[in-house]
Ligand binder design. Sequence first.
Ligand code: URA
Length: 225
Amino acid sequence: MDERINELISDLKTYLEYLKGIGIVSLPSSGMKPEQPPPSQVLTMIDVRKELGDCKRCKLHRTRKTIVFGEGNEKATLMFIGEGPGYDEDVQGKPFVGRAGQLLTKIIESIHLSREEVYIANIIKCRPPQNRNPEPDEIENCNPFLMKQISVIRPKIICALGTFSAQTLLQTETKITALRGKFYDLEGVKVIPTYHPAFLLRNPDKKREVWEDMKKIVELLNNSD
Ligand code: URA
């Protein structure tokens, strides 16, 4: 019986987290109380940052220097999501500022946008030691905040950078070579995976495919309003 109750509580928590994630922060009045003026229901990026606080929800807080929250235009139609901060990002507190970041900046500029016009974030906000892959508990703790950032921005397109980002956002184990270049749905937002800029630094011949993916993004952005 206790187990069933715990399961129900856990399901209810997950559902409430989901509602928060999509911007519903209060439930309708039961009708038993006098009508209250509706609280402001619009979640802002400041709210999300405040809620994250000096996050210690997972073990990465012990080794990180800085939380890399994400940056860019909160009204962006295009959002880029990478894996997690590396050394330079951890030091500067900004996403994609190292060598891979410089290449990402060039990719963004190749479609006549600037970093300030898009929004850039990562699956996790703290650097894993030695840049190892993020672990499931780290992703689980961080994911609600990324989902809230997405719900504040409501981009038309998310470009998932690399295997890790694409597989996490799309909840799949399919390889990036098969995923890239196609649009998928994430709660009404179109997600297009492409290769990670760090991979492109090691495999410059793959830049052509990323360029093809960027053209698809431009086409969809131009045809969706
Ligand atoms: N790689 C990522 O995935 N994210 C960054 O912010 C930097 C490098």
